[in-house]
Ligand binder design. Structure first.
Ligand code: ATP
Length: 503
């Protein structure tokens, strides 16, 4: 699994999808740049989301709010007081951990330890080895399982309840019961705020402390009434937004899964109080359908309903995706009640109410939110598409089976040879097709190698111009996924490809 993830990262670099930020200065941790192909894939995912949200729903409109917001926004939203991660430092190694991630690490270490004992015993006992019996009777394994499990459960509870002193005590207890990290010397657990601060204004005394927004949602809430009035929107209606968000993440080790600067695609749906359960179910279903429409395999998605709810929510679920490192959150669906709008009313002193003509009264609407990380979606699509295939002739090919609607280039046009007028015909075709979708032209190397190169870059179609083209105006279209080739008339190429790649 780790190997697959490494391949994903190196493929993303080699084929111009994702580079480390400021690489010539050895990079900046958890910050990444999208390269020539990555920027196209990312744009296409954003557009696919925007179409489904804004274009296909006549009661959802978009906005693009600024990253900087009035600092009181973040007091009202709760981010100043409650947007924290519990941190613990190891005094021996001088390493800093997020307490919940440390717990995850322990689970993984305990599992690895038990696996190791099983493998050792299996070697020793050979054919007579009975794994089930071994797991049930081996004292060392039992110690790890029962003692470790018990402490980990209590740790989970303490983390949820934010009993920071308990968290520290339990981490120490865990290390005694299952000595795995060798470090016993921990500092107290502290809460660490994830927002980045900056200053607005030049002179020291008049400068105002600002935050880089840690989520796009608040830009929607503070504009709720402006949009409702100017758009004459009737409840239920939604406001959608995509844009950058910033979080000073402590543990940043999973490529673009957890970044310090990332992009969100959020939609806030304003509803009548009391209807939240119904809309929560509807949006869970709608969002899952959106994911499945990309054809990346139903088995790779699952819902995770939250038991512990954030301060603003009365119901919440994640759509989890099977990343190379396991099932993890890709999107959140949150029933946020009237928490945000009420808070902004209180802190701004302005009414944020909707007059409901059917009910003939005003109220603060409830909100149903869908929130997905664009970069995380990129990683889901990219990692799921990367395949090594055994071919019939015994060779393997690397192919990036991106959904055609999302692929950066939709077609590559290849003259079979670099002479006899073939490049000119191919170039002419490129000039025609480029008005409808992204096309690349490639004449270097043997055509087989060019096919492989386009496979690995994720281009769904290759169009080859050969000598027969000069005679009868036909070309070959090769399909990336099946490698099948079809002979078609030159003037049909645009229609055939458009049908497959248009959103
Ligand atoms: P996590 O538990 O993974 O930190 P979260 O629950 O804090 O995520 P939300 O605040 O609900 O996430 O944000 C909504 C979405 O934004 C997430 O589902 C995820 O796709 C994306 N997201 C959040 N933090 C990051 C990050 N640091 N890098 C990339 N995407 C992120």
């Amino acid at each position: 699994q780790e190997d697959i993830f490494k391949k994903v990262i190196s493929h993303a670099k080699e084929y111009g999808y994702v580079f480390q930020s400021s690489e010539i200065y050895d990079g900046l941790s958890a910050v990444y740049d999208y390269a020539q192909n990555g920027v196209e894939l990312k744009k296409n995912i954003r557009e696919y989301w925007w179409q489904a949200m804004v274009q296909l729903n006549d009661n959802i409109v978009g906005i693009d709010a600024a990253i900087f917001m009035h600092p009181t926004t973040w007091k009202a939203s709760g981010h100043v007081d409650a947007f924290n991660d519990p941190l613990i430092d190891n005094k021996d190694s001088k390493k800093r951990y997020r307490a919940d991630v440390l717990v995850e690490d322990y689970v993984a270490k305990i599992e690895a330890k038990i696996d190791k004992e099983v493998t050792k015993a299996a070697k020793r006992f050979g054919d007579s080895f009975d794994k089930k019996q071994f797991l049930e009777t081996n004292q060392r394994v039992l110690d790890y399982q029962t003692k470790g499990d018990g402490i980990l459960k209590r740790l989970g509870k303490s983390l949820e309840n934010e009993d920071l002193a308990d968290v520290k005590a339990l981490i120490e207890e865990l290390e005694i019961a299952c000595p795995l990290s060798g470090s016993k010397n921990w500092t107290d657990v502290k809460q660490f705020n994830l927002m980045f601060g900056t200053k607005l204004g030049a002179s020291a005394d008049s400068a105002m402390d600002l935050y880089l927004r840690p989520e796009t949602a608040q830009g929607i809430f503070v504009n709720f009434l402006n949009v409702q009035k100017t758009g004459r929107m009737k409840i239920p209606f939604g406001i959608a937004q995509t844009g950058k968000a910033f979080r000073n993440e402590i543990v940043a080790r999973q490529f673009i899964f957890r970044m310090r600067e990332f992009e969100q695609m959020e939609m806030q749906y304003f509803i009548k109080p009391g209807t939240q359960q119904e809309w929560y179910e509807k949006w869970k279903e709608k969002r899952m359908k959106w994911h499945l429409s990309l054809g990346m395999g139903e088995e790779n998605y699952r819902f995770h309903d939250h038991e512990k709810l954030a301060h603003y929510a009365d119901a919440a679920a994640d759509i989890e995706f099977k990343f190379p490192f396991g099932f993890k959150e890709l999107e959140g669906i949150h029933s946020r009640t009237d928490f945000d709008l009420s808070q902004h009313e209180e802190f701004s002193g302005k009414k944020l109410q909707y007059f409901d003509p059917e009910e003939n009264k005003s109220y603060v609407p409830y909100v149903l939110e869908t929130s997905i990380g664009l970069d995380r979606m990129f990683l889901a699509v990219f990692s799921n598409s990367l395949k090594e295939e055994e071919l019939e002739n015994g060779t393997t090919r690397t192919v990036l089976k991106l959904p055609a609607v999302l692929a950066p280039a939709k077609a590559a046009v290849l003259p079979l040879l670099k002479r006899d007028g073939l490049p000119e015909v191919a170039q002419k075709l490129v000039d025609e097709l480029k008005w409808d979708f992204n096309v690349v032209y490639d004449e270097k190397d043997a055509v087989g190698r060019r096919y492989r190169r386009q496979d690995a870059a994720g281009t769904p179609f290759c169009v080859t111009v050969d000598h027969q083209t000069l005679e009868d105006n036909t070309v070959t279209i090769r399909h990336r996924d099946t490698m099948e080739q079809q002979r078609v008339a030159l003037d049909q190429v645009k229609a055939i490809i458009s049908k497959e790649v248009d959103m």
